[in-house]
Design a protein around this ligand. Structure first.
Ligand SMILES: [Zn+2]
Length: 89
């Protein structure tokens, strides 16, 4: 037997969660300490100097990683395309 009252209760609880969830989207979270920060905060960190410097370091690491990936991808592509191009000459 399904208890109608229980179901209703559950639905209201779920919708409550959804509503509060959408309310939470009105702000962002610091990507380091997850503290709520304003939507227009850029970069996505709070004002704590620890988070700012950590984010700075992370970003630099990411840039370097992307650069290396680009280089490897270029070499990889060249190892395929290079011989073909040389054969055509
Ligand atoms: Zn933070």
């Amino acid at each position: 037997m399904v208890d109608a009252k229980k179901v209703k209760d559950k639905i209201s609880k779920v919708s409550e969660k959804v509503f509060s969830g959408s309310k939470n989207q009105a702000h962002k979270h610091c990507r380091i300490c997850q503290k709520p920060i304003p939507l227009n905060a850029e970069p996505r960190v709070c004002k704590s100097s620890e988070c700012v410097s950590k984010n700075d370091r992370d970003e630099r690491n990411q840039k370097q990683m992307r650069l290396w990936m680009f280089i490897f991808l270029g070499l990889f592509a060249f190892s395929f395309v290079g011989p073909i191009v040389l054969n055509m000459l």
